[in-house]
Design a protein around this ligand. Structure first.
Ligand code: ADP
Ligand code: MG
Ligand code: MG
Length: 900
């Protein structure tokens, strides 16, 4: 017989798969001897059984009864006993904490009879009735799926009738009336009475937890976070302790360090005479933890000792939930706490200083995604900006976007390519879609531990919470202050999650302290003392020591090259040359295209040569001593020519008006027509272009090598690599390399400089990857062009996907993330692996790199490390992220698994 139930006293923190995170940690705290109310966990096995069979396993009920009996004996109370009833909380808890799961139902076991027993043993009828109305409300909302507003409305009316603001001011009689109304609501909405049988309450609650695993919000979240759908959730049954018993009772949440900044020192909120979610719901104003010291000094001391112990034990920031029942402290939850990017870096570095973890472990606790968040710009100080209001600095960052009051509105803005700020009174799990899609979140209620704040920090969204002066009227689509409208849906707001400030309109942004210090300019002195800046430098140092992948940058200008170098680039993996043919040089390209014979063509090329040489001089100088890979001209020529339609219209008009047609334009029209393609992306590009216009790549090679020779004469050390794009067959290379080699020899001889240059190719077409062994015979290096490789492997164009059907594909779970952002490891990645393997089989010393967008993407970097590439190349600002992730990839290589 399978055991589906485990007492808290039997488990431990390493059993998250079986017990869920919450259950495993409750067991761990119990094992440590901390004051945890007794209880047990129904395992994820039971949930998985339920999902496949549509009903719980048969033996579950008896096992739950047995576990319940153990709890009853320990506490001397019985579940359903009208004299002295045992009450329990039913709490969902998957391996990873997950929004959208069933919310906890407290006070299970109360009914019309046991409530009187509870009143008698506690000596507080008001407390007993308050607990009962909470059960009806939570059970009604979460188990029976009744609109929460119906219950809230009754409470609003009760408060209004009495002229009070808080539930705590309602007395026993008021609450009895509320209980009666709640029971009516349940009857009206479901057609059944609220179940008076405690066992029935328990059964229904357990099933509701199982069902919530496949609730729509949970599914959306798992898709976004790439969490498998078959893990299932555990259910924790925990005996109740009461923070709402009297004024020596309280309920609270706390962190062992500040989860927003990572600064040392405990951090938390609590409410006297409160139960469960009161603290995070933003219903009443919470008090901060230091006040507990004055109110209940012994409890406070015990709590501090427990928190210190938990942090030592888990060797990381922990967050906890606690309840005080008549002066006695109970621990209800702990886990390694979510944190902002800033806190992640500071905590990792501090824990090394405190000798809790070593540097390698510290590196595994920060991520490239977090680092890139720290490199986001922040609002520029000074200048005129209109401060609208101020709230709590709940999740750092600077976000500018249009006001949206609902998730649907956020998604609508996103579809139109606009950034949205989700504005709500307070958020709840229903808002998750909108929170995921918004750039920022603003709430008028709740503090730094509110739902909005916690979720925003987890998602890395900027959030300002508790802007109390705002009345958020979602129905009217307005934000008001003192009755006056201050903003409407669609208006632009700028919110600063690091200061809590809210500005009207779009405030300009400036580089973050981390970026300034990485670039080594700005007011270095103040930044150097910044503990965050120090932590980032330290983690990057560790990463640089550990990584095997080298990091280069994609840069097309001397300025970009210099910036990339400052950010740690060890070379340039991709210099695109197309911009060298634009602007004023356009007419030179036109001459090239219109050239009637070899002579005219040669003349057009010669005119381009000195201009190109200048460009290369600047870039090679900025990257002196490091590899610079120059890609010869890639895009289709028509991109440099006038638009076909425009030109046709112009000429047709000239004809209609009887004006004599311009001969040059006439010729141009013919050329443009001739070059017009149905699918330019799959057309005359790259090496195909070079083979059609002899001399083009020769001219570019000459410009590059003459620049290199000139720098060598000046005593510099340029390291040039020449790269040929869009190759699919070794024969193309065999045709084109002689032209390049000939120029190379000629320039070397004429200048007397050693210009031994690597000539390599991009691997960006499936055929090239498959024939890599052959291609490697002619190439000194490969650079995987994963953008084109993705387009050609999937057979769709990037622009069409991202502007069009990506949302459909994502909603239907076909694509989880855009394959242009993170490499499709099983498809496109497989071609990279094949290309690398086959290439090296011919030429062992073949250098392998990546120069697509993917070179700066964390998950892709781990993959490139895994397949053994030599370097990644990404945009300059992503270089630090790539360094960090390359280091992490080396440390975490044993745990690497292919990811969809
Ligand atoms: P979540 O995963 O949303 O935090 P929890 O199960 O931890 O859900 O609990 C929700 C709220 O109920 C928390 O504030 C917690 O402190 C409270 N709570 C949970 N179990 C008990 C219990 N046995 N007695 C009293 N309060 C409880
Ligand atoms: Mg909790
Ligand atoms: Mg390409």
């Amino acid at each position: 017989m399978t055991t589906y139930v485990q007492m808290f006293s039997e488990g431990g923190k390493d059993q998250k798969d079986l017990l869920g995170g919450k259950g495993a940690n409750l067991a761990e705290m119990t094992r440590l001897g901390l004051p945890v109310p007794p209880g047990f966990t129904i395992t994820t096995d039971a949930c998985r059984w339920y999902m496949t069979h549509g009903a719980p396993p048969e033996e579950l009920e008896a096992q739950v009864d047995a576990a319940m009996a153990t709890v009853e004996t320990g506490l001397g109370r019985r579940f359903g006993d009208p004299e002295n009833p045992l009450l329990v909380a039913v709490r969902s808890g998957a391996k990873m904490s997950m929004p959208g799961m069933m919310e906890t139902v407290l006070n299970v076991g109360l009914n019309d009879r046991t409530v009187e027993g509870l009143a008698a043993v506690s000596g507080s009828p008001r407390f007993a009735v308050d607990s009962y109305r909470r059960l009806l409300q939570m059970f009604g909302r979460t188990v029976l799926d009744i609109d929460a507003a119906l219950f809230e409305h009754v409470l609003d009316e009760a408060r209004a009738a009495k002229g009070v603001r808080s539930d705590t001011e309602l007395d026993e009689a008021d609450l009895r009336a509320v209980v009666a109304r709640f029971q009516e609501i349940i009857r009206e909405q479901t057609g059944h009475e609220f179940p008076q049988d405690p066992r029935e309450q328990l059964r229904a609650s357990i099933r509701a937890v199982f069902d919530s695993w496949n609730g729509p919000r949970a599914v959306v979240y798992r898709n976004t976070e790439r969490i498998p759908h078959d893990l299932g959730t555990a259910v924790n049954i925990c005996s109740m302790v009461f923070g709402n018993l009297d004024d020596r009772s309280a309920s609270g949440v706390a962190f062992t360090r500040d989860p927003a900044t990572g600064a040392p020192g405990v951090y938390g909120d609590f409410l006297v005479n409160a139960q469960g979610e009161d603290v995070v719901a933003g219903i009443r104003n919470t008090r901060s933890l230091p006040e507990l010291q004055q109110l209940m000094p012994e409890v406070y001391d015990e709590l501090m000792a427990i928190m210190a112990r938990l942090e030592r034990h888990y060797r990381d920031l922990c967050d906890i939930e606690f309840t005080v029942e008549s002066g006695r402290l109970w621990m209800l939850q702990t886990r390694v706490g979510k944190r902002t990017a800033e806190a992640a870096f500071r905590i990792a570095a501090t824990l090394v200083d405190e000798a809790v973890i070593d540097e390698d472990e510290a590196l595994t606790r920060v991520t490239g995604a977090q680092l890139s968040r720290l490199m986001f710009p922040r609002f520029a100080t000074g200048g005129d900006r209109e401060l609208l209001a101020r709230g709590m600095d709940a999740s750092p960052g600077a976000a500018v976007g249009r006001i949206a009051f609902t998730s649907a509105d956020v998604l609508e803005l996103q579809r139109r390519g606009e950034d949205a700020i989700l504005v709500r009174r307070e958020t709840n799990p229903d808002d998750l879609d909108g929170m995921l899609a918004a750039v920022g979140i603003l709430t008028s209620r709740g503090g730094r531990t509110s739902h909005a704040a916690v979720v925003a920090r987890g998602l890395g969204r900027t959030a300002v919470c508790g802007v109390e002066e705002f009345e958020v009227d979602e129905a009217a689509g307005e934000i008001r202050r003192g009755g006056e409208v201050v903003a409407r849906a669609g208006d632009v707001l700028s919110i600063d999650g690091s200061t809590g400030e809210v500005f009207r309109g779009s405030v300009p942004v400036e580089p973050s302290a981390v970026v300034r210090s990485l670039l080594g300019d700005g007011d270095g002195d103040t930044d150097a003392d910044d503990p965050l800046v120090q932590a980032v430098h330290r983690m990057l140092e560790v990463a640089d020591r550990r990584r095997h992948l080298r990091v280069r940058a994609n840069a097309d200008t001397p300025e970009d090259a210099a910036r990339a170098r400052a950010l740690g680039a060890e070379g340039i993996g991709l210099v695109r040359t197309e911009h060298m043919f634009l602007g004023e040089r356009r007419h030179l390209v036109e001459d090239l295209v219109l050239a009637a014979d070899a002579d005219e063509r040669q003349r057009a090329l010669s005119a381009l040569l000195p201009l190109q040489r200048e460009d290369f001089l600047g870039i090679l100088r900025a990257m002196d001593g490091r590899h610079v890979t120059v890609r010869l001209l890639d895009p289709p020529l028509h991109e440099f020519l006038p638009d076909l339609t425009e030109l046709s219209v112009k000429l047709a008009r000239q004809e209609a008006e009887g004006v004599e047609r311009d001969a040059h334009e006439q010729k141009m029209l013919q050329a443009v027509r001739a070059l017009h393609e149905q699918n330019p992306m799959l057309g005359l590009r790259g090496v195909r272009l070079a083979l059609t216009i002899p001399g083009l790549y020769g001219m570019q090679t000459r410009a590059i090598l003459e620049a290199a020779a000139q720098l060598r004469e000046q005593g510099l050390d340029p390291q040039v690599e020449i790269m040929i794009p869009l190759v699919s067959s070794v024969r193309e290379l065999r045709e084109i390399t002689p032209e390049i080699r000939a120029v190379q020899e000629e320039v070397a001889q004429r200048t007397g400089q050693d210009l031994d240059t690597h000539i390599g190719t991009m691997i960006e077409l499936p055929r090239a990857a498959l024939r890599a062994d052959e291609i490697a015979e002619e190439a000194d290096f490969f650079s995987f062009g994963t953008n084109d490789l993705t387009q050609t492997t999937w057979g769709f164009s990037r622009d069409d996907v991202e502007a069009g059907f990506f949302f459909t594909y994502r909603d239907r779970g076909i694509l989880l993330t855009s394959p242009f952002e993170s490499i499709d490891q099983f498809g496109v990645g497989e071609l990279v692996r094949i290309g690398a393997e086959r290439g090296r089989s011919t030429r062992a010393e073949l250098s392998l790199g990546v120069c697509g967008e993917h070179g700066g993407d964390p998950a892709s970097i781990a993959f490139f490390h895994h397949v053994g590439l030599d370097y990644v190349s990404c945009s300059p600002f992503r270089v630090p992220v790539a360094r960090l992730e390359a280091g992490r990839a080396a440390l975490l290589e044993k745990e690497f698994e292919l990811q969809h």
